[in-house]
Design a protein around this ligand. Structure first.
Ligand SMILES: [Zn+2]
Length: 1044
């Protein structure tokens, strides 16, 4: 949440900003002048829960009713031209009020009569109190069946029932101060290397400089003419951007039956030299016929050379943000609709606004203490490296809309002879593509919220038996010191089976106090003020609770699950502040609202047009609940366990539409899966999180983002609501051209994420990038980013599988690849007489392979027998949120051979790098004398060849070497080889800690285990009627040639 614009006169900036919040307007932002901002005002909950807030499909724009829940009515209809120059309204913190402003607690069906007491359900936890009534605070319905139950040694009867009289859990604390006082600038002293002299355009492709210009591509250079800076550029070298590109290699590989060459597997042709030769050989005459199975599989392109980040974005404009934050499907924007229509890949972006930066590359934090944040007064673009200063430094021109803005007095600096500001090196926002601006009070509708973690834990019998509760309790306890936001962090807990158990954790208690609510139809919250507590104040009570949680329910035999009512209860507790809700669910919800039934057992549905219905939520409750959560700044993460069908499609909607994620642990048993849960939960609890956030991506005139894809809800047509967002979340978006012809030569993109940092500071993270507009399709191909394209393909295909057959999703991917390659072929086929050869742009050489891998991913492959329904849905939800590199790794995992490394004497451990060489994902890569590690980022499979040295197996497994592998866990043994293998696995895990890879052992030939663990994932092989890589290429090639 946040507000938009400093100085907006009719924006209610009063001492209690929420109370005065006017209802939102439905007027959408105009496309040419997007803004981050007053959108946020919409986050403000009304005293009554806003009506009409149905979640929207992520890919579609939101229509009026939704938006209406979020905007002030009387804001100007357009945000293009707000007067910004007037001073911001002063923010007067509420005097004497609580430092956090709470939302009014929304109430579910408000029932004013007192329900009759009910007999406790069978299977009630043993500490169900005999009796006892809890007087409730006025704002909650008094209900007789809430029982305060002391845990541990029972306190006296009196204290048992004693309730705090008022106690806001946000009693003013010295250490919390709304962060709008003067910030000591966290921006460190400028570094000398911030502003290197930048060449206009440095092409980083290998060996381009020595390459002779390629005739066929000369013509295209015209499209890269230097952008004409309307005002004189303040610093030529940087802003000239794209002046004279060197001749660019026509980077595509050529395939034929007997002449497939590829870097990595054959003589390199990446450079111009190789290409020129390739063209030369082509001009002699095309190979007759078509590619057939004679195609040499070794020569096919594969991503085996490590995980290098694409840096297409930085090639042309070196001040662009790092591609870890923003990747475009092509860093060359088509100038016209007709050109775009020939680009059959998606045109769009993948944004990961909080991606983790390596040490030394952190995003600088900038505090314009007195100036206010510098933004274009027309289009609200944030000041960035591509704005230009003029009029002796008194004016600046917006790079997105070209408006000339005044430079505020405090921001003024003189220009040097070349037109550069003399203070450039002290201004990271003018030289860096990514910055964090500290947001002043105008960007808030309430003081920044504290980090808040609320845990909703299933304690039914299956949860108890799986050991899940114990692992969860231990992990939370072990993370208490590392939760972000100390000392403001708040926590709370609810457990549930057929009833709902609340815990009073008031700091004055020595033991938490349990209250049981058994009326599922009319949930109320007992003791609303002490269920959410400040962790640093109530730490001993919280620890006592976590210590006793596993044993509290160890004898529970209750099989029911009232998840829906429990979620509502958690929502009611959290809704005043927002925060992160973590749900641990071990069985299918069986009671109360949101109860689910076994689906997917009607086999007749599969393969029909109705099959998709199994992949979408059965009950609208989950999606509606997620919408409510989003509105109140609650992000939901669902941890699903269970050895049976649990309906991930329905449960996952809670996370999907609240910007969260789904973790799925099928058949969870703490002994074998505990480690994975421990790591992933710890990561979830300790990673840096941005709270109450909204995100918008602006772009230049004539172009706009038309659809968004990922886990979130849209707040308006182009504003993503992200209650809790972290470094592991990415979002896809597609672009469309609004005008038939783009006249500018450069298009700018600016991602703005308005959020509350865990430290309590309101910030805006801004990523800016510039890309050229081109008139030539070849340039679009040349600057294509396969990773971004595959990310969008994956999101689109998964979305399609929610309304179509899987087969339709798969063929849509294939069709677009064929169309893209056909268009490329048409560009070159005639003049080079390519005949039967398959050609593709070098930039897209891996696109067919990733397309194949996507079709074979668990989200899309086969039919109902191939992947369990819950698995499929869980993978789908996960893939929708994955950043590009993690998705690519899941689609084409690493296969490494490690036995030789393990057998070598330890003195030669520098050989480590050698074994990190990835192998093609085919069974042919496996040697029966070898030991291999397969790593898809989510799990390991360690494959023992049949002829592997028994000595090695003994060293790694000890006596277990003879046991059936499904019963063996890889543990550390006191041998050199075991230590080395564990070291390899540790290094692989360290590369990306967002998920934890559990280790599965499999022996060659041990079926069906070897099949489902490993062989089905060898995307290059023909498995179960699917095409192998070679066949796939032949198929694609034939389709490309048809009507080519
Ligand atoms: Zn502007």
């Amino acid at each position: 949440m946040g507000t938009e614009n400093p100085g907006r006169p009719n924006f209610p900036m009063t001492a209690s900003p929420f109370a005065a919040a006017p209802p939102p307007t439905t007027t959408p932002f105009s496309a040419s002048g997007p803004v981050v901002g007053s959108e946020a005002s919409g986050f403000r909950p009304q005293a009554q829960p806003p009506q009409n807030t149905m979640p929207s499909m992520s890919s579609g724009p939101v229509a009026g009713p939704q938006a209406s829940g979020y905007r002030p009515n009387n804001l100007p209809a357009r945000f293009n031209d707000p007067p910004v120059s007037s001073p911001p309204a002063a923010y007067a913190p509420p005097i004497g009020g609580p430092p956090f402003q709470r939302y009014p607690t929304p109430q579910f069906p408000s029932v004013h009569q007192i329900p009759p007491p009910r007999a406790p359900p069978i299977g009630q936890p043993p500490f169900q109190p005999p009796a006892g009534q809890v007087p409730s605070p006025a704002s909650f319905h008094p209900q007789p069946q809430a029982h305060a139950v002391p845990m541990g040694s029972p306190p006296s009867r009196a204290s048992d029932l004693q309730l705090p009289s008022d106690s806001s859990s946000f009693a003013p604390r010295a250490n919390f101060q709304p962060p709008f006082s003067s910030m000591d600038s966290s921006y460190s002293a400028p570094r000398a290397n911030l502003q290197p002299p930048l060449p206009g355009y440095v092409k980083q492709a290998n060996s381009v400089s020595q390459a002779p210009p390629m005739a066929p591509f000369q013509a295209q250079q015209g499209s890269y003419a230097a952008p004409i800076p309307t005002p004189p550029p303040p610093y030529h070298p940087q802003q000239g951007g794209f002046s004279q590109p060197p001749p660019i290699a026509a980077p595509f590989g050529l395939h034929s039956r007997d002449q497939i060459q590829h870097p990595g597997s054959a003589p390199p042709i990446g450079g111009i030299q190789g290409l020129a030769e390739d063209f030369g050989s082509l001009s002699i005459g095309a190979v007759p016929g078509t590619i057939d199975s004679g195609l040499d599989p070794k020569a096919l392109p594969r991503p085996l050379d490590g995980e290098a980040e694409s840096n297409l974005l930085g090639e042309a404009y070196s001040m662009n943000c790092n591609p870890r934050y923003l990747r475009l499907t092509t860093s060359a924007i088509p100038s016209s609709q007709s050109l775009l229509s020939r680009w059959h890949c998606p045109l769009g972006a993948v944004v990961c606004p909080l991606a983790e930066a390596p040490e030394g590359e952190e995003v600088p934090v900038i505090n314009f203490v007195s100036t206010g944040i510098i933004r274009c007064r027309r289009c609200r673009t944030y000041v960035n490296p591509y704005v230009t200063f003029t009029d002796s430094g008194r004016k600046w021109r917006c790079n997105i809309c070209a408006l000339l803005n005044d430079v505020p007095g405090d921001y003024f600096a003189q220009l040097d002879a070349t037109g550069r500001r003399i203070d450039l090196n002290q201004r990271p926002e003018l030289i860096k593509g990514s910055v964090d601006f500290v947001a002043p009070t105008e960007y808030m509708v309430r003081p920044p919220m504290p980090p808040l973690y609320f845990f909703l834990i299933d304690v039914s019998v299956s949860a108890v038996r799986s050991g899940m509760i114990e692992v969860v309790a231990q992990t939370i306890k072990s993370c208490l010191d590392e939760l972000p936001g100390y000392p403001r962090t708040q926590v709370g807990f609810i457990t549930f089976d057929s009833t709902i158990h609340f815990y009073n954790m008031k700091s004055s208690l020595t033991q938490p106090q349990m209250m049981v609510v058994s009326d599922l139809d009319d949930i109320f919250v007992p003791l609303p003020d002490d269920l959410l507590v400040n962790l640093s104040e109530s730490r001993p009570v919280v620890e006592a609770f976590l210590d006793s949680l596993p044993s509290m329910f160890q004898d529970n035999v209750n099989m029911e699950s009232a998840l829906g009512p429990a979620v509502k209860a958690a929502f009611m507790v959290m809704s005043q502040l927002g925060g992160k809700l973590l749900i641990f669910q071990n069985t299918m919800p069986s009671l109360g609202v949101g109860r689910l039934k076994l689906r997917g057992d009607d086999l007749r549905v599969y393969g029909t047009d109705k099959e998709y219905a199994l992949r979408i939520p059965e009950d609208p409750f989950y999606k509606n609940m997620a919408a409510e959560c989003t509105k109140y700044q609650i992000g939901v993460n669902v941890y699903a366990f269970g050895d049976k069908y649990i309906d991930i499609a329905s449960l996952g909607a809670l996370a999907k539409y609240s910007g969260g994620q789904i973790y799925y642990y099928p058949s969870f048993q703490s002994a074998s899966h505990g480690e994975k849960l421990r790591h992933e939960l710890a990561r979830d609890l300790t990673r840096e999180t941005a709270w109450e956030a909204v995100m918008r991506v602006r772009c230049g005139k004539g172009i706009r983002f038309s659809s968004y894809h990922g886990n979130f809800m849209l707040r308006s047509t182009d504003l993503l609501a992200l209650p809790a967002v972290d470094c592991d979340k990415a979002y896809g978006a597609q672009l469309s051209l609004e005008e038939t012809l783009l006249t500018s030569q450069t298009v700018y993109f600016q991602v703005a994420l308005l959020y509350t940092a865990s430290c309590g500071e309101r910030r805006i993270r801004v990523h800016t990038a510039a890309v050229p507009v081109v008139t030539d399709l070849g340039e679009m191909y040349r600057h294509a980013d396969t990773g971004a394209i595959v990310s969008l393909f994956a999101r689109l295909a998964i979305e399609k599988s929610l309304s179509h057959k899987l087969e339709d999703s798969r063929s849509s991917v294939q069709l677009r690849i064929v169309k893209a390659l056909r268009e490329f072929r048409n560009l070159h086929a005639v003049q080079h007489r390519l005949g039967g050869r398959m050609i593709y742009p070098e930039s897209l050489k891996l696109l067919p392979l990733y397309g194949l891998a996507l079709s074979k991913s668990a989200a899309l492959r086969g039919g109902y027998t191939d992947v369990q329904l819950d698995d499929r849905c869980a993978v789908g939800f996960t893939m929708m949120a994955l950043p590009v590199n993690k998705l690519l790794k899941l689609l084409y995992p690493s296969l490494l051979r490690v036995d030789e490394y393990l057998l070598k004497p330890s003195s030669q451990t520098d050989e480590f790098k050698n074994i990190m060489k990835k192998l093609p994902l085919t069974a042919e890569s496996l040697d029966s004398r070898g030991l291999y590690v397969y790593d898809d980022g989510f799990r390991f499979v360690v494959w023992f060849g049949r002829m592997l040295s028994p000595d090695l197996a003994m060293n790694l497994l000890g006596q277990d070497a003879a046991v059936e592998f499904s019963k063996v866990a890889l543990g550390k043994h006191d041998t050199e080889m075991s230590r080395k293998l564990m070291g390899v696995l540790r290094k692989l895990r360290e590369r990306d800690s967002s998920y934890y890879q559990l280790c599965n052992l499999v022996r060659q030939g041990e079926q069906p285990r070897e099949g489902f663990l490993l062989l089905t994932n060898f995307v290059e092989d023909q498995i179960g009627g699917t095409s192998g890589y070679s066949e796939w290429m032949v198929q694609i090639h034939r389709q490309v040639q048809q009507s080519a």
